[in-house]
Design a protein around this ligand. Structure first.
Ligand SMILES: Nc1ncnc2c1ncn2[C@@H]1O[C@H](COP(=O)(O)OP(=O)(O)OP(=O)(O)O)[C@@H](O)[C@H]1O
Length: 238
């Protein structure tokens, strides 16, 4: 039995679209203040699992947040409990400015937004420079920073990050993942879903490899990246 307190635990979870399972019998742990990653190819079921943890999709099995069963909380209450998803498509309001997008992320905070926003600008100076710019005109990396900044406005304790590196150049990927590490150092527990196995495994404490809706391998980030099969399938040629 591990003595590390768990931020998030999923036990024997299955998620279906209609009758068809997209995730089958997966179990994972995310320890407090750590990074757990799920790597896997397109269509493996990674986003489906994240959406089931947020409650948008039905999760058959057990999931708990800081030891409390998640099904106690309806979807709309989970953000208030500190569980926040940054979706793969980043889902910003393109016609609004950077700052307006950030303010929307802080709607649960009542009056704390002004101080929070200054903190976010300190972490993301590039967003501060562009605070009056329309979100629709940002570069891919800046859009990801804004999606992260907006999520941070609600003071997450557990951040679910769906492919933050998607579509970004290697240098920007490194910058984004450095921010993920800084969030961890600030005490946020992070579940990171990635196709970019090499980058994710480098920063992960714990890692799971997903294929066809199931976890086929798990271990520390270092163990999984040293596995010859993973090296060949997920990291060859990069
Ligand atoms: N709304 C849906 N209805 C039916 N099937 C779906 C739906 N969304 C996803 N699926 C299927 O579920 C499986 C898992 O998809 P999912 O998006 O979770 O994979 P993923 O690992 O996140 O991949 P990607 O990196 O491409 O997002 C795929 O076979 C996909 O076609």
């Amino acid at each position: 039995m591990s003595t590390t307190p768990l931020a998030l635990q999923v036990e024997n979870a299955t998620v279906r679209y209609g009758l068809v399972p997209a995730v089958t019998d997966v179990s994972l742990v995310l320890a407090k203040g750590q990074i757990t990653t799920i790597i896997g190819a397109n269509g493996a079921g990674k986003s489906t699992l994240l959406n089931a943890i947020t409650g948008v999709l039905n999760l058959e099995g057990k999931a708990s947040l800081f030891g409390q069963p998640l099904d106690k909380y309806p979807v709309e209450e989970r953000v208030g409990k500190g569980l926040v998803l940054i979706p793969e498509r980043r889902e910003l309001f393109s016609s609004m400015t950077v700052e307006e997008n950030l303010l929307l992320g802080g709607y649960t905070q009542r009056g704390r937004s002004a101080s929070t926003i200054e903190g976010i600008y300190a972490d993301f100076p590039r967003l501060k420079e562009r605070r009056k710019q329309g979100a629709g005109t940002l570069s891919g990396g800046e859009r990801q920073m804004l999606a992260m900044g907006r999520a941070l406005m609600s003071h997450p304790k557990v951040l679910l990050l769906d492919e933050p590196s998607l579509g970004l150049a290697p240098l920007i990927v490194r910058e984004i993942l450095n921010i993920v590490v800084r969030l961890k150092e600030a005490g946020v527990s992070i579940l990171l879903v990635e196709q970019n196995a090499r980058a994710a495994l480098k920063i992960a404490d714990t890692a799971y490899v997903m294929e066809n809706g199931r976890f086929i391998l798990e271990g520390t980030g270092a163990e999984v990246s040293a596995n010859p099969r993973i090296e060949a399938i997920y990291m060859g040629g990069h």
